[in-house]
Design a protein around this ligand. Structure first.
Ligand SMILES: [Zn+2]
Ligand SMILES: [Zn+2]
Length: 243
């Protein structure tokens, strides 16, 4: 983020705190009268909420009576709050690139509702961002989501994962699926022993391979179980539904 962008983001955060009545909608910038979203955008977000039948394991939306082709019933326990579409997609963008904590807060509400029934959990953590990207953006948006969910569940939010940046290659081009999986598996480390049932927060669930790599690191460090919760679930995910 350029210095001017940072100042502008800071400026906006100050103005929002001092004059909440002047808040504009995080998605369409229309006046939102003290709410993070205007009425219209809040309604569209509600339409993106994942409701109805989902795979009991991975939380993947299912058509009636279909089996989940995504995890085949033995995947990582996961839930997502929204489909990665429309207002939900815009909000992810706001969260990622502007680091607006109000966007994280909107998501944290949906994420908590989506995953609560899979609990209880002992702590919440997040998929850490590479250091370089953190320096550029100035904020780890996964942490904002994890903090929001932890607050709502009344459990601690702990920084458990770190990136193993030494052997990390930014491009995975030319690797086959198995090599990519191995490469990703080495990307995350738990420097400290981990205890209890861990809830892992992230922004978007696509193939789930990043979440799986984090879960493997957490389990290896001693976690009793790992459950994943994301703000949205991307469209590629939906194409793997059995007809
Ligand atoms: Zn709006
Ligand atoms: Zn599934």
């Amino acid at each position: 983020m350029k210095i001017m962008d940072r100042l502008r983001a800071l400026d906006r955060a100050c103005i929002d705190t001092l004059f909440p009545e002047n808040l504009e909608c995080l998605c369409c910038r229309k006046p939102s009268f003290g709410h993070p979203l205007c009425e219209e955008c809040a309604e569209i977000l509600e339409d993106c909420r994942i409701t109805g039948p989902v795979c009991p394991v991975c939380g993947h939306p299912l058509r009636a009576d279909a089996a989940c082709a995504f995890c085949k019933g033995d995947g990582l326990a996961a839930r997502s709050a929204y489909r990665h579409a429309e207002t939900a997609r815009l909000l992810v963008h706001t969260l990622k690139f502007d680091g607006v904590s109000a966007a994280a807060d909107v998501f944290a509400e949906g994420m908590t509702a989506a995953v609560e029934a899979l609990g209880p959990f002992d702590a919440v953590t997040w998929v850490t961002m590479p250091e370089k990207r953190k320096r550029v953006r100035g904020i780890d948006h996964g942490r904002l989501l994890a903090e929001g969910v932890a607050r709502r569940l009344g459990v601690p939010c702990l920084c458990l994962l770190s990136r193993n940046e030494r052997n990390w290659k930014a491009t995975q081009l030319g690797m086959n699926a198995e090599e990519r999986r191995k490469h990703l598996e080495q990307a995350f480390l738990c420097p400290q022993p981990v205890h209890g049932r861990i809830l892992l927060a992230d922004d978007v669930m696509t193939t789930g391979s990043t979440a799986r790599a984090c879960a493997a690191a957490l389990l290896q460090a001693g976690a009793a179980s790992v459950t994943v919760v994301t703000a949205t679930q991307a469209a590629e995910h939906e194409t793997s539904i059995n007809p």
